[in-house]
Design a protein around this ligand. Structure first.
Ligand SMILES: [Zn+2]
Length: 282
């Protein structure tokens, strides 16, 4: 599940390698990957990549002549640069950009769903795309000053922080790390957040995302591995001792993800009901 730190390091690596390089061919083998038809994908062939940047959890690949690709990895996509062209049998391919020197930039997707997508737009139209236009302020490098006001809703922090319209870039992995770092309950309502809690949360967002990106700077290299080495302390660590206080990390299972927290430090000792278990016991 690529989130802000994973997309940031990927954009940095790809930008460094591809800025100025010419796109020789462009195809979208995924059935539904390309969401636009005008201009056609072939319009970027023969043009140079001018930059690869990140907006929230999305990539923007700008191309000479005023065009841009907006790329959304969804939950299982990866953007990777290979020194060779893929064979036609790679069923994970959603977008293949043949780059000079026989390289290939691939949007690949793992799992059964085809959800990752690409739009080819005039570069000036990116900001008007609904997904981009509705993004909240970036969580990093400077979390929004008005964080407390932005979170003022009767919804759990765990939900609010993952809402890209509230704050951009945080998802299921990093939200657990951020709330644990701030010693805040994932179930605390946004409108119950104290001044002090909001300060701790803002500091935690900056520290955790900074730390992740710094870690990736040391360990992530092209072509960009299928699985990045996420430096996690609590997320996916249910049943293990909390690295800070030794209490067993508890987890709550939802349909397609798991929330982890330290009961001693985040929920005043309270162990929250596992939704999956309570559903089975009904
Ligand atoms: Zn703890």
């Amino acid at each position: 599940m690529p989130e802000l730190p994973e997309v940031e390091i990927t954009a940095r690596r790809l930008d460094a390698a591809l800025r100025g390089a010419t796109i020789e061919s462009a195809v979208a083998p995924g059935i539904n990957a390309l969401k636009t038809f005008d201009p056609p994908l072939s319009a970027i062939e023969g043009r140079a990549i001018t930059s690869i940047t990140r907006r929230g959890k999305q990539f923007v690949i700008e191309v000479a002549g005023g065009l841009a690709l907006l790329v959304h990895l969804m939950s299982a996509g990866r953007l990777q640069l290979y020194g060779k062209r893929a064979g036609p049998r790679d069923r994970t391919s959603r977008l293949l950009l043949g780059i000079e020197d026989d390289r290939e930039l691939r949007l690949r997707e793992f799992g059964t769903k085809q959800a990752a997508w690409v739009k080819l737009l005039p570069a000036t139209a990116i900001d008007d795309e609904e997904l981009i236009a509705t993004l909240g302020p970036e969580a990093w490098p400077q979390p929004p000053e008005d964080l407390k006001a932005r979170l003022k809703a009767p919804r759990p922090l765990h939900t609010l922080l993952r809402d890209q319209r509230v704050i951009a870039g945080i998802g299921r992995s990093w939200v657990d790390e951020i709330l644990w770092t701030a010693r805040l309950s994932p179930f605390k309502r946004g409108n119950d957040l104290s001044e002090q809690g909001a300060l701790a949360l803002r500091a935690a967002i900056a520290t955790v995302l900074d730390g992740a990106i710094e870690h990736y700077e040391n360990v992530v290299a092209l072509p960009i591995a299928d699985k990045l080495p996420l430096p996690l302390q609590v997320h996916r660590k249910g049943g293990e001792p909390c690295p800070r206080c030794g209490t067993t990390i508890e987890q709550v299972h939802y349909e397609d993800y798991v929330m982890c927290y330290c009961p001693a430090e985040q929920t005043a000792g309270k162990v929250l009901k596992d939704r999956r278990l309570s559903r089975l016991l009904k």
